[in-house]
Structure formats: C-alpha cells, structure tokens
Design a protein around this ligand. Structure first.
Ligand code: SF4
Length: 159
C-alpha cells in the first residue's frame, strides 16, 4: 500500500541494533513500526490520517500549525494546536483544521510544504506532552525556536 508522504513520519536508528524504527512525531514519536518488517500497523495509522493533506496546501497551511495525533486504546484522535497559543492553554486544542486557515486567524503565515519549520519537533513534543499531562508547563511565551536548535534545514536558509 502506497502511503501519502508525511513530514511527521520519521525514521530513527535504534541504539545498539541494526534496525530503524518509524515514528510519528505528531504522536509524540509514537512507534509505527520497524523498517522492513510487517507494515500493517503503519498502514493503518497513516492510511486514514488527515495530517499529510493538512500540510499539503501552501495557500492554507499555517506556519504555526502543530498537528497532534493521540494514539489511544479506543482509536487515534487528530488535534490541531498553534505554536504560539499552546503555551497559554495547552489543553485547549482544535479538532477543526479550518480554524487555522488564513481567514480564521490574523496571525496566519504560509507554511513550507517540503520541510518542517525550525523547532517543530521540540514544540510538537511540548504541546503533545502538555496536552496529555505527561510533562510540566508552562513554557516561556516568547520562545519561537527550540532551545539550542543546532542548524536550520537548508530549505529554510534559502527563504
Ligand atoms: S500518523 Fe499521520 S501524522 Fe503520523 S506519521 Fe502517519 S501520516 Fe504522518
């Protein structure tokens, strides 16, 4: 089964093993499978996920959008947070992507469709953990990038 490409689907070598795990960053680095093994769970989790489409439209996708996937016992939920606002109220997320469209928010700014903005991993894991209560908050409101972000991706430097 061919899956939609997704900026939040990432591969990480497993320490001490010659294997690579596939994780969902939007799900707090939730494991979707091991590369080269049975892809059934990966295909189920990613197959009907709305996040790839949410990031595919340059005219609608907001630079500050933080999609979250909550992998629970009874199913997978998709939520949408804002990079600025999750720090004010981490539990107040949107279920409607349209609330992050250009006409819905005066802070809207276009999101690159080929790569994630700097600091996205750090903010996603913070927003995900604060929403679920697995980490303590709040964070300073003025922080845009992740602390000590090592280097901006090449695509971002060209902008
Ligand atoms: S579950 Fe959705 S957001 Fe996560 S890696 Fe798969 S397609 Fe991307």
């Amino acid at each position: 089964m061919a899956l939609n490409p997704c900026l939040y689907r990432q591969e990480r070598p497993l320490p001490g093993a010659h294997e690579v795990e596939i994780v969902c960053l939007a799900g707090g680095n939730h494991r979707l499978g091991i590369k080269g093994r049975d892809p059934a769970y990966l295909e189920k989790a990613c197959g009907d996920c709305p996040v790839p489409d949410a990031l595919a439209d340059e005219d609608r996708t907001c630079l500050y959008l933080l999609p979250l996937r909550i992998f629970g016992d009874s199913g997978i939920e998709t939520l949408y947070h804002c990079r600025w606002l999750y720090k004010l109220n981490p539990k107040r997320v949107n279920r409607l992507l349209s609330l992050h469209f250009p006409r819905s928010c005066e802070w809207w700014f276009p999101h690159p469709i080929k790569f994630l903005p700097p600091g996205t991993e750090w903010h996603t894991l913070r927003a995900w953990g604060l929403y679920l209560g697995t980490i303590e908050g709040p964070e300073p409101l003025w922080r845009w990038s992740a602390p000590d972000f090592p280097e901006y991706p090449s695509g971002w430097r060209r902008l």
